[in-house]
Write a protein that binds this ligand. Structure first.
Ligand code: NAD
Ligand code: UD1
Length: 335
């Protein structure tokens, strides 16, 4: 009996794979390495001290996905695989819809064929659009502003329709807030190609000297210091949420949605200050225009996950800044 982890060599998938292996699960990773590297497999094995099976397969190749199910006894799936860059999705909508939607449909079709009806899906807080109030609860209105977000919303709808058609399915949709940081070993973390879009990878690259300064996108938001406020969550805490979700899909059928966040919001300036203080480094920045599509404040109400999954984020902002920096320094030494 194995858990199939699609996208398991990616940022969140690799951390979750480590935690699954450490807790004694058998896992199989499917990833086409479009946004990750093959050496991740050995790193996951090294940190966990356990073995795993890896398939370099694209979810768009249905017959290849079928083979994986034929060769193994897969009882649950955690579905991370997908393209995730907001800006790129605006420029390449066909690629995003095709990869994320067709990939997911292929996966669900094969799961159904092999009577594997338990799935945990990676959604995003982006499906809340511009929330009217915070903290955000799971039943808030949904809307999106870019093709990436729309793929998440569409897949959520597909999963709801699937459960309505056959309530033997057991489905958990996890809406992540802002995952940051890295494994405490410093061996795995987030290593985006090119210039990062997200705040923390950018801060790390400024601190290491690869980029000159951080552009702070606007200081005229309706927030305590005028800069955007987000719910940053340590990637290891987020990963542990998946172990709780797996426990739950095994126990009962149904479809449930959970926010995975800390419930606390930090501004861009607070993040810079925390990073500088904890790591004793300088992060140069300049205030620039707002980024199109950004919202002022976004943080979770994580109580549903606490009550029903028995999960809550434990790590501090200090852990997030320290572990992310350790990974960045390690990576820099290797290159
Ligand atoms: P990531 O890009 O690091 O990992 C995704 C993995 O999926 C990559 O290793 C990539 O190679 C693989 N992949 C993509 N398309 C594939 C395909 N067709 N077939 C096989 N493999 C494929 O991203 P991540 O940050 O680990 O995110 C994981 C999931 O969580 C994604 O679905 C993402 O949209 C979602 N999510 C991420 C964030 C975030 O801030 N990182 C926030 C909310 C939701
Ligand atoms: C972004 C995506 C969102 C996605 C999430 C996680 C956009 C508009 N939104 O959200 O859909 O789910 O990443 O992948 O891209 N910031 C700067 N300078 C920078 C980068 C960011 O000031 O160089 C600020 C932003 O304005 C924001 C905060 O930092 O206030 C966090 O930004 P980011 O890390 O990109 O995450 P989100 O905007 O929450």
């Amino acid at each position: 009996m194995s858990i199939l982890v699609t996208g398991g060599t990616g940022y969140i998938g690799s951390h979750t794979s480590v935690e699954l292996l450490k807790s004694g699960e058998d896992i199989i990773i499917l990833d086409n390495l479009v946004n990750s590297q093959i050496d991740m497999v050995d790193k996951i094995k090294k940190i966990s001290g356990k073995d795993l099976k890896f398939y370099n397969v694209n979810l768009l190749e249905k017959s290849e996905v079928d083979k994986i199910f034929k060769e193994n006894n897969i009882t649950e799936v955690i579905h991370f695989a997908g393209l995730k860059a907001v800006g790129e999705s605006v420029k390449k909508p066909i690629e995003y819809y095709s990869n994320n939607l067709i990939g997911t449909l292929n996966l669900l079709e094969i799961m159904k064929k092999y009577d594997c009806k338990k799935i945990v899906f990676s959604s995003s807080a982006t499906v809340y659009g511009k929330p009217k109030t915070v903290p955000i609860k799971e039943d808030f209105p949904l809307s999106t502003t870019n093709p990436y977000g729309t793929t998440k919303l569409m897949i959520e709808q597909i999963l709801k329709d699937l459960y309505a058609s056959d309530n033997e399915w057991s489905i958990i949709i996890l809406r992540y807030f802002n995952p940051i940081g890295a494994h405490e070993s410093g061996l795995i973390g987030e290593n985006p190609n090119g210039i990062p879009n997200n705040l923390m990878p950018y801060i790390n690259q400024v601190a290491i000297g690869k980029l000159d300064y951080l552009k702070v996108f606007g200081n005229d938001y309706d927030t305590p210091d005028g800069t955007g406020v987000r719910d940053y969550i340590h990637v290891v805490d987020l990963s542990l949420g998946h172990l709780k979700a797996i426990e739950r899909v095994r126990k009962s059928n149904g479809i449930e949605i959970y926010n995975l966040g800390t419930g606390k919001g930090y501004s861009v300036l607070e993040m810079i200050q925390a990073f500088e203080k904890i790591n004793n480094v300088k992060v140069n920045y300049k205030i620039v225009e707002r980024r199109q599509g950004d919202i002022a404040t976004c943080y979770a109400d994580p109580n549903k996950a606490k009550l029903e999954l028995g999960w809550e984020a434990k790590k501090t902002l200090e852990d997030m800044c320290r572990d992310g920096w350790k990974f960045t320094k390690n990576l820099n030494e290797q290159n």
